[in-house]
Design a protein around this ligand. Structure first.
Ligand SMILES: [Zn+2]
Length: 247
């Protein structure tokens, strides 16, 4: 048996037995861990809040063979304000779902955790457009997971920018308007610049860019199509988010 502490964010909650929860936590040092929290669904359990979705805690864990068990938890943040908005809550659920199914289990979770914690903070504060947050989350998550779109220049001739560029979300490639008029999604240069920012910016400036209406819709659609294409998954949480936003 090995005991250790880890700061982690609950990104998935499953149940087993009468009162046990199995939580998937994203930690900086240990990546993604699945841990059993015995009795966590009992009405008087101290672990009830600490094993709920979006809980960010300092966990004391015990590793026995290949199984992790939560022995104690100190809550740092529960992102309670997500509950103020149905859309924000639904988008946060999609973020956690996407993270749980995309982040590789081996390796460190440092950058993934930063991305997710910051996204949840912005959703709580409600001071950034949700389409922008969603595009940042999806594109940057794709990049961190090893799916880097080739956005530096036209894939055919190397042109850095043209007024309109064509992004193929299924191949992650860019073409200039001399090289195609039809392939991929036609995007104004400002959307390409926003996508380049999301892919290449240092983390502390990741969320700091502006894009005018209705280009936020274009950016959002583009990021989503690319993310769904590279991860090859269907997300019920995304369908739900879209349904309540009437998208
Ligand atoms: Zn070209």
């Amino acid at each position: 048996m090995e005991k250790f502490n880890a700061d982690g964010l609950v990104i998935r909650v499953q149940t087993t037995g009468e009162t046990t929860r199995i939580i998937t936590i994203l930690t900086a040092e240990h990546g993604v861990l699945r841990a059993f929290a015995k009795g966590a669904r009992g009405p008087k359990s101290k672990l009830q809040s600490a094993t709920s979705l979006f809980a960010y805690c300092r966990y004391s864990l015990v590793k026995s063979k290949e199984t992790y068990i939560v022995s104690e938890a100190d809550i740092k943040e529960v992102f309670f304000d997500l509950r103020n908005s149905l859309e924000a809550l639904a988008l946060a659920q999609y973020f956690c779902d996407a993270a749980a199914r995309t982040i590789p289990e081996d390796g460190t979770g440092d950058e993934f955790l930063r991305l997710l914690l910051n996204s949840l903070h912005f959703l709580c504060k409600d001071n950034k457009d949700r389409r922008q947050l969603k595009a940042v989350f999806e594109l940057r998550l794709a990049v961190l997971s090893g799916y880097m779109p080739a956005l530096v220049a036209c894939d055919n001739c190397g042109t850095f920018e043209s007024d309109v560029m064509y992004f193929d979300p299924f191949r992650g490639k860019l073409l200039c308007d001399n090289c195609t008029q039809t392939e991929g999604i036609a995007l104004p240069l400002s959307v390409i610049s926003a996508m380049r920012h999301i892919v290449f910016a240092p983390f502390d400036r990741l969320f700091s860019f502006t894009l005018s209406e209705p280009l936020l819709n274009t950016l959002e659609q583009c990021a989503e199509t690319y993310f769904l294409s590279v991860t090859q998954q269907k997300y019920k949480t995304l369908d739900y988010y879209r349904s309540i936003c009437n998208l």
